[in-house]
Write a new protein. Sequence first.
Length: 726
Amino acid sequence: MTDSQKPALPPIIQSEEIAIIDRCISDGDVVFDIGAFHGEWSQNVHKLKNCSLHLFEASPEAFSVLQEQSVAGEMLNHMAVAVETGHLTFHVYRDKPRLSSTYRRHSVEAALMPAGFNAYEVPCTSLDDYWPSEKGLINFLKIDVEGAEYDVLRGANDLLRRGGVDYIQFEYGGTFADSGTTLKILYYHLRRLRYHLFRVIGDSFEEITEFDDSLEDFEYSNFLAVNERHLSRFTGQKPNIRVYFEELEELNIPIRGVVHIGAHEGREVIDYRDRGVRQIIMIEANPKYAAKLRERYQDASDVTVIEGAVSDQAGVATFNIASSDQSSSLLPLKKHADLYPGIVYTEVIEVEAFTLDERLQASVTNGSETFPVNMIVMDIQGAELMALRGGVKSLAHIDAIQLEVNYDELYEGCPSIWEIDDFLEKHGFIRYKTDTPFSRDWGDALYVRRPVVVNSTVGSLGRFGNQFFQYGFLRCHARDMGFHFENTRWVGDQMFNVTLGTTAAGDGLRAVSQKTYTTEGCEILNSADRLGNANINGFFQYNTNFYRRHREMLRADFSFRGLYAKRAEHIAANFWNRGGLIVGAHLRRGDYGNRFFYIAPTAWYIDWLRDLQRDHPKLTVYIASDELSKISQDFAEFDILTAEDLDPDGRIEPTFFDDFAALTMCDKVAISNSSFSFAATMLNQRADEFMRPDLAVKKLTPYDPWSSQPLLRTELAEDHGPEFMK
């Protein structure tokens, strides 16, 4: 189509966006427009392509216009897209409604938006909830959410981890500074999920192969994230599919033996030998190529040739020989005939069919318990799932599987990539790499036995509050990457419904350490490495917004069990029997009094409690402290409750449990600058107010347990005087 033939486009769309649409969106695609505003971008897509469009807009005013402007086939959603499903506050600016956002635009409010904003409570969804795996592929995802891009992407973690989105377009600029987000954290988040980032300038696409801090300029730019399977289309690399040994080395998975199903001419044998593979089993259904392989390798002790078709049952199978040998298959052609009309079936023959279990089990000789291979490579044109179903017993011995995958039905009845994912996930594998260099409809994928991620210092690095976050990070990272996880034993094993620690977690794995307390400075999060088969150590006390999408999972893990659940019930009964408001106050003294572990004056807590008591005359204060006898008299004006009043004969080890459990069930809580009491408030689903001491303002200030730094680290006791020091 020439420029003069293209339809007239609606206004307010940039040249970069037109270039992206032309390059990345095709007829029939599923396209998401998040932050659609009045729908100008989607109108352009609609005029240029015949797509299935899903539009999301949180602003009530903008959504009203969007409804008026909508075209047939659009799915309109009056909601925000966020880290998790629920509700959030959305700020609609009266002067510049196009700049409306979840996050306030502090940097430009005074200059550009003096009329202020309307704050609305709006519904929100995560993309993982809105678009579960059974719905298939999102071809294009456009995000224009004024600083909340990272929230959208984190709420799509499962979708992105399985390659469920081909392309992601987003804007970068001053909005990132307002939301406290960086391009760097997005870059590495996307790289870990197998996306490559391009800066779009005019109609050119410049890949960011390594992140440079000079990119963090907060100047407006358009970026495009490209799933790894499409990378060669943007880099100009010659299309090629290889055996993914580099990825296996990344995970430290040595390959001792390979069974190659659909061996054809056996070209991969040289590569296998170069990589030190000691046992190669070549299976080929086409008698002509099987005979050539037998002749070529008749004297090779490391190569075994087997003739026949691998299937889900033994017997005789119909095999279709194609005019292009590598397209021969047990299945009839379907979309393959449209994609490659020059390739047709020229002959139909009958071949022996057998299961993988049958042949591989027979290959174990002399009673050896060592399985001959630990990798399967398949190139059998749509029959992959049949072969896998006939090899379930063998899969228990396999560490890696590389096979051809289909995004459309190229062969009649062939499985989709999502069906392969589901089947192999049930048998302990995840998809680790995908490449479709020749066609977006098919390619190759590497599946690996679920990698393990370990923290060998849970239980030994720091005390309970530190260990709480160490376990939490390990659990969340494993969940985000689809990994298995292990940690050493810690006190939480007896208190919580956690996955129990082991005695030797981390043996033989590469070690990776966290260096800082922020997501921005952490070498673990600012890395493209997914940390599979690694031992990661650190404190992981990030802003808890990082953990927010896993809130329910963590609360379930950190629910009390056994004797601890019974003791918590006893504490709760004491609370409810008293009636009125139960307020928790944690004052840490014994080991505090230096650096940011400052002593918070009791006067700060008393001022807050007096304010509460004006509205709640029947108020009980639960005091949690490591020096209870020294501070309890300061609160004499209140009705006090302490661990000593909660049936002291029934206390269980560790003795701090009563205080921790009590803080999880108070109606309002004020803590110390302590990860111990902060962690307790993360588990508190009853309280409507959380306060903590802030040296910068010399009083208690409110915080959100699921969107705050666990410890305030900017002010030091030594800089504020002896009253804050031990």
